[in-house]
Design a protein around this ligand. Structure first.
Ligand code: FAD
Length: 481
């Protein structure tokens, strides 16, 4: 029987979108005493949630815009994820060099980080390093006018693994989740949303499903979901891009954050899964939303920042392993500059329907619980677990990724993989951090899919072709001109 034919005629809750927001809602709903189905149009996390900076952070920069609540909440969630998911979220030391004549100065940074520390239960993590210590902590640092650096702590994750773990946990608790299934049209009866038409993107099959409540968690696509009631906020899609370098070409003992000399926006570089990430940009994205690409001007902007901070590094685009771009689902609050637009989440509701978008990876749990508290008003059977309830069963934990390898890929083939890119770009991040899009792992990965998913020769050839073409178009830094 097909995947759609196996679904029940009705579920209590239908969640649309399998990024971090939908996955967080799905995880909490699955243990809230209601039946829940999540549908994701492509692969889990393939929208924005796989292309973030992968920082689970308090958002130091939000202090500057007075968003204290967002910072305090983000710090609390960071602490909690560090405690509850140590295999998925690890603490990350940052140094932030400070230069004479460049704002923020030492006093402002000290005050900001003092507050940051206060929000965290773990006490003081930050401290000022005088110039000599700063240069020792981060070799190669621009020496001219160096005052010193602030050292502080945040955290990093693998955004895709975090999404997958929430899906896996929700399924374990009885929820149903389907990737490559599109919600094509919401259904309404007597002024109430009562279900949706679903289409299996792999087979083309369609069917309707009834739902007591529908939650639209479709990220940057949330305002365009067909058939939804009026009331969605206007979104302002903001693109952010990253370059990934081999650690040997950009070895960093810890993360380094600084202000771009051109426009004083914060940028950063840090070690991640055996490579080094350099990011990020923040621009209005006016192109189509599905496959955002880094533009050459963004790469030049990031390389200029790096060259300013580490003048001896001598890195060019030719050194990069890959590039990637994502589009932030930010609510249009009329801010003049993209970076000034608030990162708070937005929620709207009508009978039978709740929409939720915006927000951060870091605060997914808060966003999910807010959406489900609103859902409970329309679905009285929904009983949210206590706020203190652990997010994950310990049995699901895995070893933190150092550098993706074949063993890791082989283990993850069974995680609802439909295409080679699901495996090489999301279940594992090999395609981003290994040379040539992990070309050396393509054949062994196909062999694992042949054994576990019964792919035949024709399917393997088609998948290899699809993956190589996709990687070249989306992630090959040489393609940036
Ligand atoms: C460059 C960049 C850097 C960032 N860095 C950080 C960071 O370091 N830390 C942090 O906390 N946050 C960060 N963020 C923010 C964070 O990544 C996003 O807020 C978050 O991933 C958004 O998740 P989402 O689930 O709302 O959207 P998405 O991940 O886009 O999920 C929505 C999903 O809905 C699916 N969908 C759409 N339409 C349909 C339909 N009709 N039927 C079924 N499915 C559908 C899409 O395929 C998509 O997968 C960053 C964002 C960007 C772009």
């Amino acid at each position: 029987m097909s995947r759609l034919a196996q679904l029940p005629a009705r579920v209590d809750l239908l969640v649309i979108g399998g990024g971090i927001t939908g996955a967080g809602i799905f995880r909490e709903a699955a243990r809230a005493g209601v039946s829940v189905l999540l549908v994701e149009a492509r692969d889990y996390a393939s929208g924005t949630s796989s292309w973030s900076s992968k920082l689970v952070h308090g958002g130091l920069r939000y202090l500057k815009t007075g968003e204290w609540r967002l910072t305090a909440e983000s710090v609390r969630e960071r602490e909690r994820l560090l405690r509850e998911a140590p295999d998925l979220v690890q603490s990350l030391d940052f140094v932030m060099p400070l230069y004479r004549g460049i704002k923020p100065g030492k006093t402002t940074m000290r005050l900001g980080l003092w507050l940051y520390d206060r929000f965290s239960s773990g006490g003081a993590h930050s401290r000022f390093l005088p110039a000599a210590e700063a240069s020792a902590a981060q070799p190669g640092l621009r020496a001219e006018n160096l005052l010193g650096a602030m050292r502080y702590q945040d955290a990093r994750t693998d955004d895709c693994r975090l999404v997958w773990r929430l899906i896996e946990q929700g399924q374990r608790d009885g929820g149903l989740a389907l990737n490559y299934v599109v919600a094509e049209q919401l259904l309404q009866a007597q002024g109430r949303v009562c279900g949706a038409t679903l289409r299996d993107a792999e087979t083309g099959e369609s069917r309707e499903i009834a739902a007591g409540l529908v939650i639209n968690a479709a990220g940057v696509w949330a305002d365009a979901l067909p058939g939804q009631p009026a009331g969605a906020p206007r979104l302002r899609p903001l693109r952010g891009s990253h370059l990934v370098f081999p650690q040997a070409r950009l070895p960093l003992p810890q993360a380094v954050g600084w202000l771009h000399p051109r426009d004083q926006r914060p940028v950063f570089a840090y070690p991640w899964q055996g490579a080094t990430l350099l990011g990020t940009t923040d621009l209005d994205h006016r192109e189509e939303l599905w496959n955002p690409r880094m533009q050459r001007a963004e790469a030049d902007y990031l390389l200029e920042a790096l060259d300013w901070l580490l003048p001896g590094a001598g890195l060019g685009l030719g050194d990069a392993l890959s590039s990637y771009a994502g589009v932030r689902p930010v609510v249009d609050d009329g801010a003049d500059k993209p970076s000034a637009a608030s990162r708070e989440s937005a929620q709207w509701a009508s009978p039978g329907y709740i929409g939720v978008t915006g927000g951060k990876l870091t605060t997914f749990r808060v966003t999910a619980r807010q959406a489900l508290r609103a859902a409970a008003q329309q679905l009285p059977a929904l009983r949210l677990a206590a706020d203190a309830a652990a997010l994950f069963d310990r049995a699901l934990s895995e070893s933190p990724a150092e550098l993706p390898d074949l063993a890791q890929i082989g283990e993850r083939v069974g995680e609802q993989v439909f295409h080679l890119d699901d495996l090489l770009l999301r279940r594992s991040r090999a395609g981003l951090v290994l040379p040539e899009g992990a070309e050396a792992l393509i054949e062994p990965a196909l062999a694992a899919c042949r054994a576990q998913l019964a792919w035949d020769d024709q399917r393997c050839a088609a998948e290899a072709g699809r993956y190589r073409e996709y990687w070249r178009r989306q992630h090959d830094p040489r393609g940036l001109g």
